[in-house]
Design a protein around this ligand. Structure first.
Ligand code: CP
Length: 304
C-alpha cells in the first residue's frame, strides 16, 4: 500500500493508510531487527533538530540499517553552494530513502519529484511536518483510546507552525472532531486550513484566552512561537510569552485531558505541568521512534 512512496504532506495519506502506519508502529514499538541490513537512509537536515533527526536515526538503527547525510549545511558541499537538486540526486544514488528537513516551503515535494528513492518530509518551512503528525495521532490514540469524536485545542503560533498545519489536515479525516484554536490574531490559523476543515462539516472555534479553552478539550496541543519564521524581532516581541500554561491553569481541566507539544518548548508550558497527570509531551516525543520505524518499514517494503 505504501511501498516506494514518498511522504511529503499528510494529505498524501488516506485515513486507512494513517491507521495502518499507527498499527504498524504499535507492532514495532519494542521490536529490533535486521530488516534494513546493508541498506542506508539519508538524513538531510538543513535546519536544527533534536527529536526528528535522532528518532529517525534510532529507528534506522533499530531496524538494522545505517545512515548517511548531515545535520546542518555546514560541513557538506551545501556550504560551497551546491543546490538542493544536486544534493538530492547524489543521496538518491547512495541511499534507499531520504529524510529531508528544509527551511523552504515545498522543498520536500520538489525533492520527491527529483529523487529515485522515497523522500520523507521531516519539516519544510511553515508548510508541513507529516511524521510529527503521525506521532501526535499515535499519542492521541494511546491516551484517549480513539481517533474520533474528540475536542482538540491547538494553542500558540498557528500561522507559522508546520506541525499544526499537518495536524489539522489529519484530524479532519476523522469523524466528530471539534477544533478549538487559540492564538493571537497575528498568528491565526490560515484560512486555507480552516476552510478545508469546515468543508467537511466539522466545527472550529477561535479563542483568545487560554482559561476559557481548558475545560472544553480532551487534548490541548501547545506550540511555541516560531521566532525564526516571524518577519522580524519586533513582531516576535509583540507575541512573546503570550500564552503560558501552568499547573494552576489546569484546575478546571477534564480528568482525561492530555497536554501535547511537538517540542522544543520555550515558555509556553511551565515545568510545573510536567508532574501533573495531564503532561504527555515527553511520552509523545518518545513515540516518534516507533512511528518512524513503521514509516521506514512500510515505505521501503521491508519484510520479516
Ligand atoms: N518536533 C520537532 O520537530 O522537534 P525537533 O525540531 O527537535 O526535530
Amino acid at each position: 500500500m505504501l511501498k516506494n512512496r514518498s511522504l511529503v504532506s499528510i494529505r498524501d495519506l488516506s485515513r486507512a493508510e494513517i491507521e495502518w502506519v499507527l498499527d504498524t508502529a504499535r507492532r514495532l514499538e519494542n521490536h529490533r531487527g535486521r530488516h534494513l541490513e546493508h541498506r542506508q537512509v539519508a538524513l538531510l537536515f538543513y535546519e536544527a533538530s533534536t527529536r526528528t533527526r535522532n528518532s529517525f536515526l534510532t529507528a534506522v538503527h533499530q531496524l538494522g540499517g545505517c545512515e548517511a547525510g548531515f545535520s546542518s549545511g555546514e560541513g557538506s558541499s551545501v556550504q560551497k553552494g551546491e543546490s538542493l537538486h544536486d544534493t538530492i540526486k547524489m543521496f538518491s544514488a547512495y541511499c534507499d530513502a531520504i529524510v529531508l528537513r528544509h527551511p523552504r516551503d515545498g522543498a520536500a515535494r520538489w525533492a520527491a519529484d527529483i529523487s529515485d528513492v522515497p523522500v520523507i518530509n521531516a519539516g519544510d518551512g511553515k508548510n508541513q511536518h507529516p511524521t510529527q503528525t503521525l506521532l501526535d495521532l499515535f499519542a492521541v490514540q494511546a491516551t484517549q483510546g480513539r481517533l474520533e469524536n474528540l475536542s482538540v485545542g491547538i494553542m500558540g503560533d498557528l500561522k507559522y507552525g508546520r506541525t499544526v498545519h499537518s495536524l489539522v489536515d489529519a484530524l479532519s479525516l476523522f469523524p466528530g472532531m471539534q477544533l478549538h484554536c487559540i492564538s493571537p490574531e497575528s498568528l491565526a490559523m490560515p484560512d486555507s486550513y480552516l476552510s478545508q476543515w469546515r468543508a467537511k462539516g466539522l466545527q472550529a472555534t477561535h479563542h483568545q484566552r487560554l482559561e476559557e479553552l481548558v475545560p472544553q478539550v480532551d487534548v490541548l496541543y501547545c506550540t511555541r512561537i516560531q521566532r525564526e519564521r516571524l518577519p522580524d524581532e519586533t513582531e516576535y516581541e509583540k507575541v512573546r510569552g503570550i500564552y503560558r500554561l501552568n499547573a494552576a491553569s489546569l484546575v478546571s481541566a477534564r480528568p482525561h485531558l492530555k497536554v501535547l507539544h511537538p517540542l522544543p518548548r520555550v515558555d509556553e508550558i511551565h515545568p510545573d505541568v510536567d508532574s501533573t497527570p495531564y503532561a504527555y509531551y515527553f511520552q509523545q516525543a518518545a513515540g516518534g521512534v516507533a512511528v518512524r520505524k513503521a514509516l521506514i518499514y512500510l515505505l521501503l517494503g521491508l519484510e520479516g
